[in-house]
Structures are given as structure tokens and as C-alpha cells.
Design a protein around this ligand. Structure first.
Ligand SMILES: Cc1ncc(COP(=O)(O)O)c(C=O)c1O
Length: 408
């Protein structure tokens, strides 16, 4: 029998671009030598309440291993509403649908609002996986620069006008943005709310890090600023606050969209992991969350300062970096003697020398950010942070020596 080649792929497969961040998880797991893992953007084992979760997973509950409701377990939804109220965010069960982490929320958002060819505004740099989800639905992406106050919303009207279309979606990570660590200012939040009203498009408000503020003052969320704005579609996750492996998050959106969100889930995975919701419910109801969050904030504050101190001392004038007031990431741009080093090339050498980061080009579809990189400070203690930055500085010196021909 003569067999033909592989089956023909759908056209959309060209837009399934994957994620260097996710691939780095497997790459790091495969390393047999000691690597400081600045590439990782999540709490590590020591910062996850593992014993508590083990205990709650072990508790018998009726229906625990059944299919659950597509919108999420009713009891758990109530718990989330109460938790959010305690942290100043007023919501209601009919606004919430529980998702398999933030990524499923983003997938549903783009699936519901974006047709092939539609204009989607994103930050530049932006979260790799959010960008690849938009692309997987055929979005035509407009990247808008980020400065120390988040997306430069002032540029937006002109940039959008130059495309000749009106956006279908604006995708923004308002707090301690991944990857830059910057936070969208109050003025810009208000401007964005006005613009999405004017364009009648969805504002995908992806905020996994908002509760992880360790310095400065909270800035109101889009929902707090404009509680009844139906353009705001909020995506949340517990991955960065409790544990990424549990895959629990939620969408908070106008109730008019709830059935469609549920329909999207039913065509995708039927229901969210029931034991994970029950275990998280038990944990949140135990009252341990507040002290855990306070502990995380303090730990991240210390680690951020350890990283900034090491970077300032070891790279000095040859790098500039952001100074996040929360979250997990610092964004670093090489300059001075180090200008011209391509961080994607640096990555391989640095990995061999025992430090991993995410190169800047992973966060854009343009050719920008070859001189930049994302450093995550969450997974390493202060001593390891110092070791990691030393290895990074050594790797940079080696690449520099290769470039200038001074290599021994
Ligand atoms: C901005 C942003 N959105 C969404 C996610 C995805 O979260 P989850 O792991 O819960 O899918 C991440 C994770 O890195 C993120 O940084």
C-alpha cells in the first residue's frame, strides 16, 4: 500500500507559535547541572503551601471525582467572591466562571471576541502566551510600547488610526506586567476605559499579579474604576499566589457573557478540575490565605531588592532595569559596553554556566528586544540570586570577549 504523507493541517496551524517560556520549563527540568532559574515565573515548592494542599486533597467530599459544573463548583465560586471582597474587589457569582488557570481565561476571551484578521492591541513587550493565544485565533496584532507606567496609552489612538481598523480587543496586564514588571498608571487606566468604550471593543484585563504588591500604593482595578463597564473582561489565576500546577483561575465578566463562556468551556474541557477546586476551597476557608500572601509579598520584596543590588553592583552602567513594586519580574536592557549582545545567543552560554533567563525576543512578534531579557526573582533565595547574577555577568563578559575578539 502506498501511503500518502501526513494529513493536511488546518491553516490556523501556521499561527500556533508556542511559547519559549513553557519550553524552558522542560529544558530546565532536563538540565543535570546546577542552574539558577531566573527563567521561571512562579512560586517554587518552598513558597507553596504544599502540606496544606496535601491535607485538603486527602479529605473526602461527595462528588469529588465526578464531572463538575462547567461554570465551576458553586461553593468554591462563593468562596472566591468572599475572598475578592476582602481584598476590595466587589463581584458576584453570576459574573464568575472558574477556569483551568489564567491561560484558559485568555483562550476563551480571544475565542469569543476575535475573528481572523481582527486588530488586537497588546503591550510590547507582552506575555508570550497571551500573544500566542491571540495569534491562534488569527488576530492581527498591534504592539504598543511600554514605559515605566505600563502601556503608553497616549500613543494608542494614533497607532490604531494608522492601521485603518478599529480594535476588537485590547489585551493588557495592568499590574507588575509580565515581562517588564511595570504597572499601568491610574491616568492610563482611565484613558483605556474611555478608548474601549469609544471603540466598543473588549478590554482583556489579565491580572495574575495584582495581589502581589510589596511596595507603593495600590492603583484601582478597571472594575473598581468602572464597575458596570461591560467592555471589561477580567482574567485571574491563583497560579502565582498559590500554586501553578493546580490550574485554577476565573473569568470575571458581565453576566450577559456567562452562558457563552460556559459554552466555550463545554466545547473545550467540560468542567474544571473538581478536586483542585475543592482543595483550594478548603484552604481559602481555613483562613491561612492572608498570612500566606503577606509572607509571599515580604519574600518577593526581599528578593527583588537582592536582585536589584546584585545587578547594579555587577552590571552597573552597562544595564538598565525596571524597578517593580510587586510581582515576580525585572526587565533588563543591555547598554554601554554590553550594547549589541543578542540575549537569545547569550541564553545558551549562560545556561551552560548555570543561569537561565528568558530572552527579550520571546515577548514580541517584532524584531525588538534582542538587547533585553526577563529575570524572575521568585524562585531563588537571596544567596542564589547573587550567584545567578554573577553567572550572568560572567557569561556577558565571555560573549563580549568573543565579539571583540579578545577571547583567550
Ligand atoms: C500575564 C499572565 N497571564 C496569564 C498567565 C497564565 O497563568 P496560568 O498559569 O494560571 O494559566 C501568566 C503566567 O505566567 C501570566 O504571566
Amino acid at each position: 500500500v502506498v501511503r500518502s504523507a501526513s494529513p493536511r493541517l488546518a491553516r490556523r496551524s501556521d499561527d500556533l507559535v508556542g511559547s519559549l517560556i513553557d519550553s524552558s520549563t522542560s529544558l530546565l527540568a532536563a538540565q543535570r547541572h546546577d542552574v539558577v532559574r531566573f527563567a521561571v515565573g512562579a512560586p517554587n515548592e518552598e513558597l507553596i503551601p504544599v502540606d496544606d494542599f496535601d491535607r485538603y486533597f486527602g479529605q473526602p467530599s461527595p462528588g469529588k471525582y465526578d464531572y463538575g459544573s462547567s461554570e465551576g463548583e458553586a461553593h468554591f465560586i462563593e468562596t472566591v467572591v468572599e475572598l475578592l471582597a476582602a481584598y476590595g474587589e466587589d463581584t458576584r457569582p453570576d459574573r464568575l466562571v472558574i477556569t483551568a488557570g489564567g491561560m484558559q481565561g485568555l483562550d476563551i476571551a480571544f475565542k469569543m471576541f476575535v475573528d481572523p484578521g481582527d486588530l488586537v492591541v497588546v503591550e510590547s513587550p507582552t506575555y508570550t502566551n497571551g500573544l500566542s493565544t491571540a495569534l491562534s485565533y488569527g488576530a492581527s496584532v498591534l504592539e504598543v510600547p511600554v514605559d515605566d507606567n505600563g502601556m503608553v496609552v497616549e500613543y494608542l489612538p494614533e497607532l490604531v488610526a494608522s492601521t485603518g481598523s478599529v480594535p476588537q480587543a485590547v489585551y493588557v496586564i495592568p499590574n507588575f506586567q509580565n515581562p517588564s514588571g511595570t504597572t499601568l498608571s491610574l491616568e492610563r487606566r482611565l484613558m483605556l476605559l474611555e478608548l474601549v468604550d469609544r471603540w466598543d471593543c473588549v478590554l482583556i484585563d489579565d491580572d495574575p499579579y495584582g495581589l502581589l504588591r510589596f511596595e507603593g500604593r495600590d492603583i484601582p482595578t478597571f472594575r473598581q474604576l468602572d464597575p458596570h463597564n461591560r467592555h471589561v473582561f477580567s482574567v485571574r489565576t491563583m497560579s502565582k499566589i498559590l500554586a501553578p500546577g493546580l490550574r485554577v483561575g476565573w473569568i470575571d465578566a458581565s453576566p450577559e457573557f456567562r452562558q457563552l463562556i460556559v459554552n466555550s468551556k463545554q466545547a473545550m474541557d467540560t468542567c474544571t478540575n473538581v478536586p483542585a477546586q475543592m482543595a483550594m476551597d478548603g484552604y481559602l476557608r481555613s483562613g491561612s490565605f492572608d498570612s500566606h500572601l503577606a509572607f509571599l509579598r515580604e519574600t518577593y520584596r526581599e528578593r527583588k531588592h537582592a536582585m536589584v543590588a546584585a545587578v547594579d553592583e555587577l552590571l552597573g552602567e552597562d544595564a538598565i532595569h525596571t524597578s517593580p513594586e510587586g510581582g515576580l519580574f525585572l526587565w533588563l536592557r543591555l547598554q554601554g559596553r554590553l550594547a549589541g549582545i543578542d540575549t537569545s545567543e547569550l541564553f545558551h552560554l549562560a545556561l551552560k554556566r548555570g543561569v537561565a533567563f528568558i530572552p527579550g525576543p520571546a515577548f514580541t512578534r517584532t524584531d525588538r528586544f534582542t538587547d533585553s531579557l526577563r529575570l524572575g526573582y521568585a524562585t531563588s533565595n537571596n544567596e542564589r540570586i547573587r550567584v545567578g547574577v554573577e553567572r550572568l555577568a560572567d557569561s556577558l563578559e565571555m560573549v563580549l570577549a568573543q565579539l571583540t575578539g579578545d577571547f583567550p
